[in-house]
Design a binder for this molecule. Structure first.
Ligand SMILES: Nc1ncnc2c1ncn2[C@@H]1O[C@H](COP(=O)(O)OP(=O)(O)OP(=O)(O)O)[C@@H](O)[C@H]1O
Length: 343
């Protein structure tokens, strides 16, 4: 890559890392080509914790101007915890993505979050639990595929973006409305989660929109490690988002944070951003609820077109992809501090 910008300063780059991660940095150098080499002390972290740490550093530094690549070296003075404590064998950590109402971009966020986390070095899977309108097969370019099964458990379908995916859309014909209710829906969804996820570390679940019985059963049964709530900035959507917070609280699932989608409209012609639905409402709602704000994604025609074409923006290097990468970096940071990822 030709370096046409001034090289970033190591101290400025270090400041981009979360405080706990900064404390682990032993050295951070920037090469003439903009490639960053960071060496961190990974003492006390097990395999998952080390991978999450590496992913977090890459996610935090890669978007910085002038950075062409990020290499991470991990050294450990103290040994990792005993194998019995390693969480990897306990199955993937589940992150549920929920919204109080439909159409706010929950599926778009789920797909791009999964792809962005995978680009940051984690082994990620995605379950599309949106039985009433499964859209992940299209979003992740796996339409028309059928999962194979062994011992009545399904194998995830590999997407071209490094994320395995299972969706009701892979089991039924496209366009067929699913009129399932209650236990039947819960049973079908359970099979998607209890599939052969192998060494997958993080399983993102795209929940059905709303806060009814299907959602509650799903959350209670599969006990996500954390939840991400998506909302648009409008007041009505925010009221629904509050219901989603209640749902997770009821099930004892911590909320990782809130995302504002369709935040400001990016004009495809002039690039100016206007605010047809308002802007910043979700950040304010998160602050009022004492929850972290994970970031915002603009209402951008390019996002809809790429999504419709099965090319998640998070898989590319566009500004739209960067918005998802920033949100994923915060989620990776949360995972890095999750008890299951620490020694
Ligand atoms: N930031 C965005 N900019 C432009 N279009 C978007 C954005 N986010 C989502 N969309 C589009 O909005 C529509 C609804 O998004 P999506 O399916 O992700 O929402 P959802 O909350 O999962 O909806 P549902 O409740 O129907 O499952 C899709 O056509 C999607 O491409």
């Amino acid at each position: 890559m030709t370096q046409d910008r001034p090289l970033p300063q190591p101290d400025a780059l270090k400041a981009l890392l979360p405080a706990a991660t900064q404390a682990r940095v032993q050295s951070l150098r920037v090469g003439d080509d903009g490639a960053v080499t960071a060496v961190l002390d990974a003492s006390g972290l097990d395999a998952l914790g080390r991978e999450v740490l590496e992913a977090e550093v890459k996610a935090s530094l890669s978007p910085a101007p002038g950075v062409s690549a990020v290499r991470v070296g991990l050294v450990a003075d103290r040994p990792a915890p005993a194998a019995g404590q390693a969480p990897a064998s306990a199955g993937p950590l589940i992150i549920a993505v929920g919204s109080g109402k439909g159409g706010v971009g929950k599926s778009t966020l789920s797909a791009n979050l999964a792809v962005a986390l995978a680009r940051q070095g984690l082994r990620v899977g995605l379950v599309d639990a949106d039985i009433y309108g499964p859209s992940q097969p299209r979003l992740l370019s796996t339409e028309g595929r059928r999962p194979e099964a062994k011992d009545s458990k399904m194998f995830p379908i590999p997407s071209p973006f490094g994320v395995g995916v299972l969706s009701m859309g892979h089991l039924i014909d496209a366009g067929k409305a699913i009129a399932w209710r209650g236990p039947m829906a819960a049973g079908a969804l359970g099979q998607l989660v209890d599939a052969w996820w192998g060494d997958t570390q993080v399983l993102v679940i795209d929940l059905p929109p709303g806060t009814g019985d299907v959602q509650l059963t799903m959350v209670q049964k599969h006990k996500p490690a954390g939840a991400v709530i998506v909302s648009t900035p409008q007041d009505l959507a925010l009221i629904d988002a509050t219901r989603a917070m209640d749902l997770f609280a009821q099930a004892g699932v911590p909320v990782i944070g809130m995302v504002e989608n369709m935040s400001g409209y990016m004009c495809p012609h002039c690039g100016n951003v206007s605010d047809p639905f308002g802007c910043g409402g979700v950040e304010q709602a998160a602050a009022e609820a004492g929850l972290p704000f994970l970031g915002s994604v603009p209402l951008d025609l390019a996002i809809r077109q790429a999504s419709d074409a099965g090319q998640p923006p998070a898989a590319g290097d566009s500004p739209q992809g960067a918005a998802f990468a920033r949100i994923a970096a915060r989620v990776a940071d949360w995972l890095a501090h999750h008890p299951a990822a620490r020694g």
